[in-house]
Design a protein. Structure first.
Length: 449
């Protein structure tokens, strides 16, 4: 008689294996190059203003083009990944955005650059959600917060690296060289992922892939585990929509949580993308040199990896909703008081570091919260839709930043305004914690039964 083994319990009861560490490492590298590319326009924008003689308002569509593509790409890629596999969609996305980032180096005007960035964004939309989904599919839930946030810390590592690279590459070789670097890196990582990255074991079990393929992955996770007369199964779903992940995330059971996750992520991306895209211009207009502005932005991004790891640790040790609410609260406090730094480069950089640490760190934690919220058969769709719909906030940030700067607002006033959506984020996290408390979920499951 064949014994059924719950895949999630199997993963949760074992230490992290070399295969799982490999998945985490490759996904980290993928998110790093994603971070470089998404933030690249913020670093070349001041140069384009000078070389092409364009205004901040004229640059706003270019700044938002990749974000529009990201939103569409994320929404489309999720259901595709749940149907065809996380690895296939991830690698296709890497090749696509690498090629069109290279092509963007050939742009000679704003319209051309906007089109190339839009197409690159369509492919970029499939990168981060699938990387998060793969990590969650392989990670014990007791470590999920830390592992997902470690991987997503790669985004701010990439964005920070982009700042340091831009400070060196653009003055020496021009903005086109920065685009070339941003295009070559994902192509190299895509080849590595093709060779070394396994498909999600949860996806293989769900789609009834050959037992030999599943057993080979089990052997790499736990060499001493005997699969003789055993078969892996996924946990029983709460609702009966296994064949339609979109219906799952929009079902009466999940809809409140889905909407709040979208709202939180859109608000959070509005804040961090406005700063990531316009902070170089904001700080330059505030009186810092171009090199100092790039350095301040890089330092802002550099706080993200530390904040990601800190938030992941807090989420695994304490209530994840309260932990993220606390992180966003700290970020809001530093935004309110950054005006006290004045034109002191060191103090201003330090304040931006802590804003980036807690805001970017909490955003990474949101991906862990989302991946744990949805069942495995709808996880890619749930993550991708949160990413895609959340990008609406990022898109709005491009135009809002241009609007604030055209009004002549000083940087400290813009920071103060950004504390308002952060308050809404904290309130929404508390609502999710209340609506989806273990007792309420148990009661709803019993009522459905």
């Amino acid at each position: 008689m064949t014994e059924q083994v719950n895949l999630r319990e199997f993963l949760d009861e074992r230490p992290v294996s070399p295969l799982q560490k490999l998945v985490i490492f490759i996904c980290l590298m993928i998110v790093i190059v994603d971070g470089i590319d998404i933030s690249i326009m913020g670093f070349i924008a001041p140069v384009l203003k000078q070389q092409w003689g364009v205004t901040t308002t004229e640059l706003a569509p270019v700044m938002s083009a990749a974000l529009v593509g990201l939103a569409i790409g994320a929404v489309v890629s999720g259901p595709l990944a749940d149907k065809f596999g996380r690895k296939k969609v991830l690698i296709t996305s890497l090749f696509g955005f690498g090629i069109f980032t290279l092509v963007a180096a050939l742009a000679t005007n704003v319209n051309e650059l906007m089109i190339y960035r839009l197409i690159a964004g369509l492919f970029m939309g499939g990168v981060m959600p699938q990387a998060v989904t793969l990590v969650t599919d392989y990670t014990p839930m007791r470590l999920n917060g830390r592992m997902v946030t470690i991987v997503l810390s790669g985004f701010t590592i990439g964005a920070a690296s982009g700042g340091f690279l831009a400070a060196w590459i653009i003055p020496q070789f021009g903005w086109q060289a920065m685009m070339i670097f941003g295009g070559v890196a994902p192509l190299i990582i895509a080849v590595l992922a093709m060779i070394k990255l396994p498909e999600s074991i949860g996806y293989k079990v769900l789609k009834n892939h050959p037992k030999e393929e599943i057993n080979a992955l089990i052997k790499r996770i736990s060499p001493n585990f005997d699969m003789t007369n055993k078969t892996m199964v996924i946990p029983k779903p709460i609702i009966n929509t296994v064949n339609n992940p979109v219906k799952t995330i929009l079902s009466p059971f999940y809809i409140i949580g889905s909407f709040l996750l979208w709202w939180i992520y859109a608000s959070a991306l509005f804040v961090v993308y406005l700063l990531g895209s316009w902070l170089p211009t904001m700080t330059h207009d505030f009186g810092f040199s171009l090199s100092e502005a790039s350095m301040i932005t890089a330092i802002y991004q550099l706080g993200g990896p530390i904040g990601s790891i800190a938030c992941g640790y807090l989420m695994d040790k304490f209530n994840p909703h309260l932990s993220l609410g606390f992180a966003y609260l700290l970020g809001m406090i530093f935004m309110i008081f950054i005006g006290e730094a004045g034109n002191n480069f060191v103090l201003y950089s330090l304040m931006c570091f802590f804003i980036g640490m807690w805001m970017n760190g909490a955003n990474a934690g949101m991906n862990s919260l989302s991946s744990a919220f949805y069942p495995i058969y709808a996880r890619a769709t749930g993550n991708s839709w949160m990413q895609g719909i959340g990008r609406l906030g990022a898109i709005a940030s491009a135009f809002a930043g241009a609007y604030f700067l055209n009004l002549g607002w000083p940087a400290n006033k813009i920071f103060m305004v950004l504390s308002i959506p952060t308050m809404g984020i904290i309130a929404s996290l508390l609502i999710i914690k209340t609506v989806y408390s273990p007792k309420r979920i148990e009661k709803r499951v019993l009522n459905n039964a």
